[in-house]
Design a protein around this ligand. Sequence first.
Ligand code: NDP
Length: 496
Amino acid sequence: MGLPHYQHYINGKWCPPSNNDFIESINPYTAKPWCLIPRGNANDMNQAIEAAHLAFTQGEWPKMNATARGALLRKLGDIVSQHAEHLAQIEVTDNGKLIAEMSAQLHYLPQWLYYYAGLADKIEGQVLPIDKADMFNFTLYEPLGVIGAITPWNSPLLLMIWKLAPALAAGNTFVLKPSEFTSASAFEFAKLVEQAGFPPGVFNVVSGTGQEVGDTLTAHPLVAKIAFTGGTQTGKHIYQQAATHLKKVSLELGGKSPNIVFKEAHLENAAKGVISGIFAATGQTCIAGSRLLVEKSIHDEFVEKVVAIAKTAKMGNPLSYETQVGPVTTKPQYEKILSYLDIAKAEGAKCVLGGSKATRPECGDGWFIEPTIFTSVNNNMRIAQEEVFGPVLSVISFEDEEEAVYLANNVIYGLAAGLWTQNMQRALNLSKRLQAGTVWVNTYRTLSFMSPFGGYKQSGIGRESGQEAIYQYLQPKCVWISTATEVPNPFIMRLK
Ligand code: NDP
C-alpha cells in the first residue's frame, strides 16, 4: 500500500499540486517517510491568495457580522476538541514531539478559538468628543485583508492557531504555508475547517518549500500581512520581502533565553525548571532556556542536581507516554545540533553530560541527541550566543545580581527569561530589568491564550495571544461627518 497523499486546500476544494510533485514527510523516530505532501509552486500559491482575496471582498464572509464569525470559530473549537487526539498522533508522527505534550497541547488548542470567538464582537470603536462643534467623529476597527501565515515544524498547529484565531475573529482571510517538514497536521486541520462550514477561500493551505511557495506568499501584492514563526535569518528575509509592498508583519523568532538561579532559590524546583526549559521538546522551542546562569556559590551543587535528573531521562518512541526526550524533528536540524556540540568543545566548554548523538537501542534509527550539558561556558562563546534549538544546555556562573542581569541581557535575543529566587524584591526588580517579552519567576515554559507572547530585540516584532493580538489583524479608521450647513473657506485646512 502506498503512503497517504495529502492535497492542497484552496477555495474550499482539495487540489493536487499543479505540477503533480510531492515531498516525502519523514517520521523522525524511524527516519522513514510516512506520508506525501504536495510540493506546491507559485501557481498553487497564487491561486490560494486570489481565492482568499475574493473571499475577503465578496460573498458570505464579508457580510457576516462579528457575532456570527465568533459562533463559527466556537463551532470550529468544538470540532477540534473532538479530534484533538487524532491531530496529536499526526503531529507526533510528523515531528517526533512527545505524545504526552502534544496530546495536552491539542486538547488546549480550542481555547484560542473560544477566546477570540468571544472577543470578535467586543472590538469597539469610539465616538470622540471632537473639538469642532459641527462635526461628528467616530472610529472603526476593520480587518486588513489576506493574511499569509508561515509556520515552523516544532509546534505546527499551536503556532498556526495563534495566528488563525485572531485573524479570522477580526474578519480577515487566511493562507497558510506550513513547514515542508510537518505539513500533514495542517491538512488534517483543514478537514475540520471544512466540516465547520467556513465559506470557501477563508482558510487555504498550500505546502512546499520556503523558496518556492513561501517567497510567493511574502511578495504577493494582494497579501496584507505576514504572520511568521521561525528562524531569525528567515524572519529577516521575510521582513525585507514584505517591505516591497509595505505589508504588515508579525515575527516570532528565536531566542537564547537565560534561566537564572540564585542561591536562595528552592533548588529542587529550580533544577526541574531548568530541565523543562532545555530538555522538554528536545530543546526545539523558541523559548528554550538554553543558558543556565547560576550563582557561583551554588554552581557545583546545582549542576549536580540538574545532571542527576537529566541522566534519568528516558529516550525513545515519542508515541509512548513513558518517553521523556524524543528525536530531533528534521535531519538538517539534527546535523546542526551535532555541529554545535563540536563548536562548544572546540571553544573550550566542558561537557559534563551527553555531547553526542544517542545510540541507545530504544532510539533505533531516529535522529536522537543525548541530553547535553556544558559547563565552563563564557557568555561570549558561540554556544552561549547562538540558537542551537536542541537539548544542549550552557552553564555560566555569576557573582551577583548585577552580573546576572548583564549576562542575561547580553545577547541579540529577548524572547523569555526564567528567574529562580525566594526573594520577592529581587523577583520584582529583575522582572523589570530583564530584556525579554516573557519573564517566568519560579516556573518555566508555561503559556496561555490570554497572555501576550513575543520577543524583545531580535526575537521578533509584535505579540501573539491575549487581547493585543487581535489589534495586529485590524486597522483603525476615523469617520468624520459634518453637520455644518455650509462648507467653510476651501483654500485652508479646517482646524477650527
Ligand atoms: P525556517 O525559519 O527556515 O522555517 C520556518 C518556516 O519558514 C518554514 O515554513 C519554512 O519553509 C519557511 N521559509 C523558509 N524560507 C522561506 C522563505 N524564503 N520565504 C518564506 N518562508 C520561508 O526554520 P528552519 O526549519 O530552517 O530552522 C532553522 C532554525 O530556525 C532552527 O535551527 C532554529 O534555530 C530556528 N527555528 C525557530 C523556530 C521558532 O519557534 N522560533 C521554529 C523553527 C526553527 P520550509 O522549511 O518548508 O522551506
